[in-house]
Design a protein around this ligand. Structure first.
Ligand code: GAR
Length: 211
């Protein structure tokens, strides 16, 4: 017996791809409502591309360099690849490009991003260093629908971690990354099922695995 069709997802990366790995692992489950149909990178040497290809997942590289700063033309090429693969949902997973309104509007409501802070705190880069400098006691990560502002848009899921007295940015970042790998598959599941936001109960469960 076959279940309902799984939503076709593209994961966009620029490097390591550990969140991509978490999404691939989740999507391998029989009852997960999405499948990873494409991994796309703007960097030919992104480590995640080789791993995805090794797993038999379709991959593509749309290098931004030959576009010489023409972001609209680069995004048009990315969008064409997504459509050629019949993609329904896009997951930005360490995709280190600022998007123009073109791509954001084309995928409005169907594009997720993961960010290593409790948004709206610390948008942008170097979030773990900035959290330590600010002296916050809680830090974490956010999955949100992408809107036109940088690291803005409706929040789908968040997880918090404590900031410890002797933390380094690397130690804190590793603690946050573990939570990224938990909440991104949960948020994608919710979007694929048409739930426009993980509710408070789900976030509570993510914060407290025993709950
Ligand atoms: C992750 O920590 C992700 O949250 C962050 O880049 C890292 C990518 O790691 N994204 C951003 O900072 C986007 N603003 P990964 O390639 O191992 O998933």
């Amino acid at each position: 017996m076959t279940g309902p069709a799984k939503r076709a997802v593209a994961v966009l990366i620029s490097g390591r791809g550990s969140n991509m790995d978490a999404l691939i692992t989740a999507a391998a489950q029989r009852d997960y409502p999405a499948r990873i149909a494409l991994v796309l990178s703007n960097k030919p040497d992104a480590a995640g591309i080789a791993r995805a290809a090794g797993l038999g997942i379709a991959t593509d590289v749309v290098d931004h360099k030959p576009y010489n700063g023409d972001r609209a033309a680069h995004e048009a090429a990315v969008d064409a690849v997504l459509r050629r693969h019949g993609i329904e949902i896009v997951c930005l997973a360490g995709y280190m490009r600022l998007l123009t309104p073109f791509l954001v509007r084309a995928w409005q409501g169907r594009m997720l991003n993961i960010h290593p802070s409790l948004l709206p705190a610390f948008p942008g880069l170097h979030t773990h260093e900035r959290a330590l400098e600010a002296g916050v006691k809680l830090h974490g990560c956010t999955v949100h629908l992408v809107s036109e502002g940088m690291d803005e848009g409706p929040i789908m899921a968040q997880a918090a971690v404590p900031v410890l007295a002797d933390d380094t940015a690397d130690a804190l970042g590793a603690r946050v990354l573990c939570q990224e790998h938990r909440i991104y598959p949960a948020a994608l599941r919710a979007l694929a099922l048409g739930q426009q936001g993980a509710g408070p109960d789900e976030n509570a469960a993510l914060l407290n695995p025993a709950a």
